[in-house]
Ligand binder design. Structure first.
Ligand SMILES: [Zn+2]
Length: 167
């Protein structure tokens, strides 16, 4: 159950989801350059996704590793002081993220999370290419057009390594 008042939640949301943060801009610029069109921060959708791609029936969250508690990530490190406070706070963010994504999924949206650490210079291009691949894949899977992708194989290799950055 959500114990926050509307006002508290609003404050909490704007604190965790700083608008136009740099990682989010990176994703936006890249997708735009590849011809994707999206809407930003649609307030009517649960979980307040950063980007909404209606054509792909997909939403994208660009999450800071600390605030959203990226499991196993080196950027999600709690300071020694006030451990309990931060643990609770981040756990609350995590639950809220999950809840939002569950609702979105039940509405038929595909939820994609891009973590801040996946946008560090060394891995950025890989991540963004994998994101494009994922979106194209979703589009094809949704069965609106017949699969045809001559460069699929080279991109697929990138997509498969997608989950390994934070170990
Ligand atoms: Zn991370």
């Amino acid at each position: 159950m959500d114990m926050l008042t509307k006002e508290q939640r609003h404050r909490c949301m704007s604190a965790i989801k700083g608008r136009n943060t740099k990682p989010e801009l990176l994703v936006r610029k890249f997708l735009f350059s590849r011809g994707f069109r999206y809407r930003l921060n649609n307030p009517r959708l649960p979980g307040h996704p950063d980007l909404v791609l209606r054509k792909y029936r997909s939403v994208i969250f660009v999450n800071g590793c600390f605030w959203h508690g990226h499991e196993g990530c080196k950027y999600y490190v709690l300071s020694k002081t006030n451990v309990e406070f931060w643990q609770n706070k981040i756990e609350c963010n995590r639950l809220r993220d999950k809840d939002g994504q569950r609702k979105l999924a039940s509405m038929g949206w595909h939820c994609i999370t891009v973590w801040e650490c996946q946008l560090k210079p060394k891995v950025r291009e890989q991540t963004l290419e994998a994101l494009v691949y994922t979106l194209c894949h979703i589009y094809l899977e949704d069965g609106r057009i017949k699969p045809y992708n001559p460069v699929k194989e080279s991109i697929q290799m990138v997509a498969e390594s997608e989950t390994g950055y934070c170990k």
